[in-house]
Design a protein around this ligand. Structure first.
Ligand code: R5P
Length: 311
């Protein structure tokens, strides 16, 4: 089976960098847009191939999800022997359960749609919830960017640094960073009022006079990070706070909110395209080496265990 990498339109620079890392050229593919908004992708080769479709489902989420489904179907119909959906940022992962009666479980719906469209396997990076795996009929490899991000953060670490989870859902992630950086952990307890409004309720852990690194899986509107940073400052943490999040979506007022904070560094990956310039101390860690390594190993039927999220 030959290795093929197909790029959707959601993040073609990342797909090209992954292909370069895997020492191949992306398989020619086009996505035609009809006047009424319909999409029609064509995958131009791939018969008998081990084919990887690279398409994060960040904003515009629904457009990118539908394009991914159509690309998977196109790859299957082009005769690929095995099709893997490479979804560096998996939108809808926050909808992994109902928080009130009558809601949809969006993550489940999207996972089912991708496997029905032709995905034999999913490759995702730091998804919001590990529950994705249990929802999915096909194998899901959940890679993590944390070791690579932590290496870049090492220069900001002192013996007093504390890694901060900005909500309870980020505690495992914070523990992973803290283990790699030999730092302690603090946790902000957050409540969410709406999709764009959160409140920090309390802080657990010692932060007074200490440098802090706030870590999260994603920054959407910036409300969670803003609330955590303000809470840290209220509790006497040193200004010059570092923020690291795998997925920097930066929706709506996010840039403005984060620019108003005394941040020393803001580290995100290129799971979704990162626009520059912005009035932020933003650094972008590329996922291309991680994804190229994982795709190469999966293609050769080798283990990717050491690249996965810790259990
Ligand atoms: C939610 O639990 C996630 O881990 C993030 O904390 C959240 O989605 C970030 O959203 P926002 O930036 O809008 O607060």
């Amino acid at each position: 089976m030959n290795l093929h990498i197909v790029s959707g339109t959601a993040n073609s620079p990342l797909a090209e960098a992954i292909a370069a890392g895997a020492r191949i050229r992306p398989t020619p593919c086009s996505v035609e847009r009809f006047p009424d908004g319909e999409l029609r992708p064509t995958v131009q080769s791939g018969r008998g191939a081990d084919l990887y479709v690279v398409q994060p489902t960040g904003p515009v989420v629904n457009e990118n999800v539908v394009e991914l489904m159509l690309l998977l179907d196109a790859a299957r119909r082009a005769g690929a022997a095995r099709v893997t959906a490479v979804v560096p940022y998996f939108g809808y992962a926050r909808q992994d359960r109902r928080s009130r009666t009558g809601q949809a479980v969006g993550a489940r719906v999207i996972i089912d749609a991708l496997s029905n469209a032709g995905a034999d396997r999913l490759l995702v990076v730091d998804p919001h919830t590990p529950a994705l795996e249990a929802m999915c009929d096909v194998p899901v490899e959940m890679l993590t960017a944390v070791p690579g991000m932590a290496t870049r953060l090492a220069s900001s670490i002192s013996s007093e640094t504390v890694v901060v989870a900005p909500d309870l859902g980020a505690v495992k992630l914070a523990e992973h960073y803290a283990a790699l950086l030999h730092a302690s952990v603090a946790v902000v307890r957050k409540t969410r009022q709406s999709g764009s409004s959160v409140r920090a309720e309390e802080l657990v852990g010692a932060v007074e006079g200490r440098a802090a690194i706030v870590v999260d899986d994603m920054i959407s509107t910036g409300g969670t990070i803003e609330a955590a940073v303000r809470t840290l400052l209220d509790h006497g943490a040193s200004p010059g706070i570092v923020v690291a999040a795998t997925h920097g979506l930066m929706i709506g007022p996010a840039v403005e909110k984060l620019a108003a904070l005394p941040l020393q560094r803001l580290l995100v990956t290129d799971s979704v395209p990162q626009e520059t310039p912005a009035p932020l101390p933003r650094e972008v860690h590329s996922l291309a080496p991680l994804l190229a390594e994982a795709i190469g190993r999966l293609h050769r039927d080798e283990s990717v265990d050491d690249l996965l999220i810790r259990g």
